[in-house]
Design a binder for this molecule. Structure first.
Ligand code: MG
Length: 321
């Protein structure tokens, strides 16, 4: 049986690990020296196969879902364990910590109020919630397939899950659109590019029908027609850490490739926030092509691979639909 948890989560982790060593470096540096394989060291001087905050927060959320179902306090407690104790990390310490994540998780550890700890500023729309939204998407997918969750409830859960750290509506919308892409890709039955378009059509329509913020939704308008967006030149796709740029980059990389490796390497070689752009791309690519399509030498280099696989197996057995 296909394990959608393994496909999505390993897709995130391998993308993160491929991008991590070259994070922050500009595109010109990647054009001169493109990443083609797993590298070690680089900016955080971590061994090859190391993954960062993107994967750590993804695994922290997954572990909470496995043990307690969807419980915001348990999720936040796991985020605190990551930040303060280095849980869910390759080598036992947290690193590559984004500003909004640090501020919101620190505030939660003080107030224990997950409803108010997320950052709300317009300039706090980094990709830090989108990078860890995959387990929530898979959870909602399973709940919807089992007939236990409506579209409206799924949108609210994804918006809430973003808001633990990133509560501005733009970040929440990015996560909602990502969820509907995940759902469409998993439903399949058509080419992957058509699945991406169907997922975005669903996302734009259902977000609007559920009383969404149309001014904020308009920021995402380039993603409405993928037949046009596919041919946007690379110069107009950014690898920055801004959530809108990251979602656009992920979709663009998927539209213009036809396998996992090419999709995540295209994402990494956009430069700048390479680990996160590749993690967001890689999660979807893992769902489209399957974990088995991720080059084995990359999977085998992932630190604590067995721990990640065990968590994915546990999720599959708990949330089978
Ligand atoms: Mg990172």
């Amino acid at each position: 049986m296909v394990n959608i948890w393994m496909n999505g989560i390993m897709g995130v982790v391998v993308g993160d690990a491929l991008g991590l060593p070259v994070q922050f470096a500009p595109r010109e540096e990647r054009d001169a020296d493109p990443v083609t394989d797993m590298r070690g060291h680089g900016v955080f001087d971590m061994p090859a196969g190391s993954w960062s905050d993107d994967s750590s927060l993804t695994l922290a959320a997954l572990d909470a879902l496995n043990n307690y179902g969807y419980d915001p306090d348990r999720i936040m407690q796991n985020f605190v364990s990551w930040l303060k104790e280095g849980k869910y990390t390759p080598l036992g310490f947290s690193y590559d910590i984004g500003g909004a994540c640090f501020d919101s998780i620190t505030e939660y550890s003080r107030t224990h109020n997950w409803k108010t700890c997320g950052r709300t500023g317009e300039n706090e729309n980094g990709n830090g919630s989108l990078m860890r939204i995959m387990p929530f998407c898979l959870y909602c997918y399973c709940e919807q397939k089992a007939g236990r969750m409506t579209d409206t409830e799924a949108i609210e859960l994804i918006r809430e899950a973003s808001a633990f750290t990133h509560a501005h509506e733009r970040s929440r919308i990015a996560c909602v659109l990502y969820y509907f892409i995940v759902r469409s890709v998993l439903d399949g039955k058509m080419s992957s590019n058509k699945c991406l378009q169907r997922g975005l059509d669903d996302g734009f329509r259902l977000y609007a029908e559920n009383g969404g913020d149309m001014d904020e939704l308009a920021y995402f308008n380039r993603l409405r027609d993928l037949s046009l967006f596919k041919d946007v030149p690379r110069d107009e796709i950014s690898g920055s850490g801004y959530v809108l740029h990251s979602l656009e980059a992920a979709v663009w990389c998927l539209l213009n490739t036809n396998n996992y490796a090419d999709a995540v390497l295209l994402a990494v070689n956009l430069g700048l926030d390479t680990d996160t752009t590749a993690a967001i791309t890689g999660g979807l690519a893992g769902l489209i092509y399957g974990e088995i399509s991720i080059p084995k030498r990359w999977r085998d280099q992932i630190l604590k691979k067995e721990m990640i696989e065990e968590m994915c197996h546990m999720a599959a057995s708990k949330y089978n639909y």
